[in-house]
Each structure stands twice: as structure tokens, then as C-alpha cells.
Ligand binder design. Sequence first.
Ligand SMILES: Cc1cc2nc3c(=O)[nH]c(=O)nc-3n(C[C@H](O)[C@H](O)[C@H](O)COP(=O)(O)OP(=O)(O)OC[C@H]3O[C@@H](n4cnc5c(N)ncnc54)[C@H](O)[C@@H]3O)c2cc1C
Length: 195
Amino acid sequence: MRHQAIGVLATNPAAAAHQAQLFRELTEHIVVLAHTAAPLTAEHLEQLEALDVRVVEGEVTSIEIDDSDRLSGVRLADGRVIACRALVVAPQTDASNDVLDALGASRSDDHGAPGGYTHDESGATPATGVWVAGNVADPFDPVVLASAAGLEAAAAVNADLMTEHVHAAVAAHRAASTGTRPGHPIARPARTVTP
Ligand SMILES: Cc1cc2nc3c(=O)[nH]c(=O)nc-3n(C[C@H](O)[C@H](O)[C@H](O)COP(=O)(O)OP(=O)(O)OC[C@H]3O[C@@H](n4cnc5c(N)ncnc54)[C@H](O)[C@@H]3O)c2cc1C
């Protein structure tokens, strides 16, 4: 898309401004289609103006396709056609997972939208015995970070199980030494998760 016209379909003003700035690195022909998004901030408008990015008001109602079956533009509600060869749309992510909800894990807030499940560095959630990794923890993580988080969480789960086994063994060992019955095999410390 280098040096070609790119339209940014705004549904969220901050995301649209960010995308316009990102794609401005590829081409000098960027147009932000205000569409149904809330108004851009004065700061964003200044930045876009400085980058020669046009902001076009009006709701986009359809896309235009040329004879070679390529995108040629978008049509606005008032009939105007704005030329573009690609249209950028901000995806919305949702880490919702019934299993995690049922286990008592909770989702963090991502600028008003539900984000990933709350967790600490190891992936531990506030729900006892529940770890998360990958996009369910951080919806925007790419593969390499998602898989690294899986490794961290697996190591933490293993360490947790090992600790439980050690505590159980020590409790049984003490009981055998003193001739008393072992109590609960593990006294888990209360866990506070700081995301
Ligand atoms: C459009 C798009 C483009 C992307 N491009 C890139 C890219 O170029 N490079 C890059 O590194 N990353 C990219 N990513 C991100 C990449 O997809 C993620 O980093 C990766 O998929 C995260 O892996 P994951 O295992 O955490 O989640 P997922 O891959 O989503 O795997 C989770 C799996 O769990 C399954 N599941 C959910 N609930 C249950 C349940 N209750 N029981 C059983 N199974 C369940 C789901 O069906 C899914 O198969 C892109 C993502 C998107 C959406």
C-alpha cells in the first residue's frame, strides 16, 4: 500500500488517530473517515493536520469496487465518494471465556471495553488455582508473547503443584515423627494479584 490512498474508518476516535499516524508511515494519502465515531480531540486534529491527513465528516454507507474487483473508495450518506485503495478498520477484541468466568476469574477494563482476564506476571488470576496466558490474558499479544506467557504460566503452575506436594510431604513426615494425624496437607498463603 506504499504511496497509495488509504482510508481509516473511524469507530473510535483515539484508535482512528493512532491508525492514521501508523499508516501515514506508509503513504502520504491518508483520509480519516469520521463515520460514526465521537469527535477527534483537538490534539489529534492538530497532529493529523500537521501530517496532511484529511478528516472527512459523514457516515460511510457503502464501499466502491472498480472493474478489476478492487476497492476504489467509500460512499458517504450524502452521496460523496472518497477514493481509497484500502480501508483500515479497528477490530474489537473480547476475551470472554465461560470457563474462566465460572472459575471466578475476572476481566480488566480496557478503556471502557472488557480487556483480558486480570493476572499477575506469572499469569495467576485472583481465583485460586487459575492461571491465564495468551490472548485471554492480553488480547493484543502477538504469537511470540502469547507463547512466552504460556511458558511463564506453565512454570508457575508446576511450581505451585510442587509446593503443594512439598507441604503435604512435610505434614505427613511430621505426623509420622510425632505419631499424630496430618491435618490439611497444605496451608496455602493468601494470594494478592496485582495486574
Ligand atoms: C486478525 C489478526 C491478525 C493477527 N496477526 C498476527 C501476526 O501477524 N503475528 C502475530 O504474532 N500475531 C498475530 N495475531 C495474534 C495471534 O493470533 C495471537 O497472538 C495468538 O492467536 C494467541 O494465541 P492464544 O493461544 O492465546 O489464543 P488463540 O489462538 O485464540 O487460541 C485459543 C483457542 O482456545 C479455544 N477455546 C476458547 N474457549 C474454549 C473452551 N471453552 N474450550 C476449548 N477451547 C476453547 C479457541 O477456539 C481457540 O482455538 C493476529 C490476531 C488477529 C485477530
